[in-house]
Design a protein around this ligand. Structure first.
Ligand SMILES: Cc1cc2nc3c(=O)[nH]c(=O)nc-3n(C[C@H](O)[C@H](O)[C@H](O)COP(=O)(O)O)c2cc1C
Ligand SMILES: [Mn+2]
Length: 465
């Protein structure tokens, strides 16, 4: 059974013993962030706890962070296990389910319009030392392509400017950015609804980097096996998930920018102060006793890595070439910059072809380095991968560098002039660490097979404990 809302998912995470309740009051300025950071320092990502702050900054509105931080938990979000995640992702996203309109919606239990609009109803932390202000880090921006009416949902971190104004940074290639530019070119304002605290399948879908034209709410429906229930907004022509904890309704005006930043981004560095678009909030609706959900961003590991596992699963699904066995977007690569693919190699040249295939997917567009290995190498085992690179890879023959292609905007190593122009052009490389098919190559050593089987059978007798 899918979760009805964020609350049911939190209850499941707590039942599984994965959630810690912070009952003491904690400061929204820096203290929440420090606790979130130490949560990763203590045991790494996979042992990090879901954190439920009961009294953030004296608020009665609780704040939940790192809910989807581990493989176990983001797999639980689609009711599967980490080893089945990629296969289940591929299966379910083939069958999107359209959202359905409902009448009764918990997100309408409280409606604030006009002068009653106050973003300070939400406990919004200042996460890191040099952040320019408080940031909403897990907002689900819902909007429509003004030309086609096609819905889009994405997550774009948002600075709190004042009680009625929320910043937004969406990279140039993000769908919402493409859409607001279309509206602004016609001189029109661009309506946006921001849902906060939603069924976890919406969070996974919003972050997954589906091809342009995909309705992420329909994908969330596919992931949970039941449609997402939606209701119309009060002030703008958009529909929002009925069980969202908070919904902010607003507009991005043309030719209006506001200074924002810096912000400690998911790549692990502070971004630049910049003049960016913002959303003028016209209505806030929320459930009774609402919960604010956020993610803490920093150098790996952080929850962003888990969320970007969806990119890995999606790049796997989108890759058009045969022979791809496993795909790992490893932790240190911020999950988006490095890809390691294992293939069943049947012809020479296939390694580099697969590298291009992955770089060519929508979800693989942030990949800078792709490493391709044979099927006997586990791409999730970095010792295996480095062994393949040490013994099967010749840079002069097996390395391809592709220049002047669109990169990941948060990569601070992008040449300065390209950052300034906003073109974010980078070079990318394919490392083909697969063995040749036609040329002879030495065999990998292994003990004698039948003897090994006997050794395993009789292991006890050797007294090795
Ligand atoms: C916690 C979190 C914060 C994010 N913040 C941003 C952001 O500020 N700007 C951005 O362009 N992408 C951000 N992303 C990535 C996008 O949400 C993601 O690429 C998504 O697929 C974009 O949707 P779209 O392809 O429909 O534009 C963030 C992702 C997560 C998980
Ligand atoms: Mn999209």
């Amino acid at each position: 059974m899918p979760y009805r809302d964020l609350r049911e998912f939190i209850a499941r995470v707590e039942q599984e013993g994965e959630l810690s309740r912070i009952k003491v009051e904690v400061d929204l300025a820096y203290e929440v962030g420090a606790i979130c950071s130490r949560n990763y320092d203590l045991g790494g990502l996979e042992h990090s706890r879901a954190l439920f702050f009961e009294r953030p900054g004296g608020y009665t509105v609780p704040l939940v962070v790192n809910l989807l931080g581990t493989a176990k938990r983001y797999s639980m979000a689609i009711d599967t296990t980490p080893d089945r995640f990629t296969a289940e992702w591929a299966r379910r996203t083939k069958n999107p389910i359209e959202p359905v309109l409902v009448k009764d919606a918990p997100c309408k239990e409280n409606i604030h319009l006009g002068d009653e609009v106050d973003l300070l109803e939400l406990p919004i932390p200042i996460w890191n030392e040099k952040d320019g202000g408080p940031y909403v880090t897990l907002p689900h921006h819902i909007s429509k392509d003004p030309q086609t009416g096609q819905r889009n949902v994405g997550i774009y971190r948002s600075e709190l400017h004042d009680r009625k104004t929320l910043g937004i940074w969406a990279a140039t290639m993000r769908h919402i950015n493409m859409h607001w530019r279309k509206a602004h070119a016609r001189g029109e304002s661009f309506p946006v609804a921001v849902a906060i605290g939603v069924d976890p399948t919406i969070t996974l879908a919003a972050n997954a980097s589906f091809p342009h034209g995909t309705d992420e709410l329909a994908m969330a429906g596919g992931l949970r096996g039941r449609p997402i229930e939606v209701v119309p907004c009060e002030t703008i022509p958009l529909e929002v998930p009925a069980t969202a904890e908070f919904v902010l309704e607003g507009e991005v005006r043309p030719n209006a920018l506001r200074r924002e930043g810096p912000f400690g981004e998911g790549a692990g560095y502070y971004g630049e102060i910049a003049d960016l678009e913002f959303i003028e909030i016209k209505a806030i609706t929320h459930r009774n006793n609402p919960i604010h959900q956020a993610a803490y961003l920093r150098r790996p590991p952080s929850e962003v890595l888990s969320l970007k596992r969806c990119w890995e699963a999606e790049a796997f699904s989108q890759c058009p070439l045969p022979g791809l066995l496993k795909l790992n977007f490893p932790e240190g690569g911020c999950v988006g910059a490095i890809a390691i693919a294992s293939i069943k190699k049947t012809f020479d040249g296939q390694g580099k072809m697969m590298g291009m295939g992955i770089l060519g997917t929508q979800a693989g567009r942030s990949v800078k380095i792709v490493i391709v290995v044979d099927e006997d190498i586990d791409p999730f085992n970095l010792t295996d991968v480095l062994w393949a690179m040490s013994t099967r890879f010749q840079p002069e023959r097996d390395l391809e560098v592709i220049k002047d292609v669109t990169g990941w905007a948060l990569d601070p190593s992008i040449p300065m002039h390209s950052q300034e122009l906003g073109t974010n052009l980078v070079s990318k490389m394919i490392i083909d660490a697969t063995k040749p098919v036609k040329e002879p190559f030495p065999e990998v050593i292994s003990p004698k097979k039948d003897v090994m089987e006997k050794v395993i059978r009789e292991w006890q007798k050797y007294g090795i404990t």
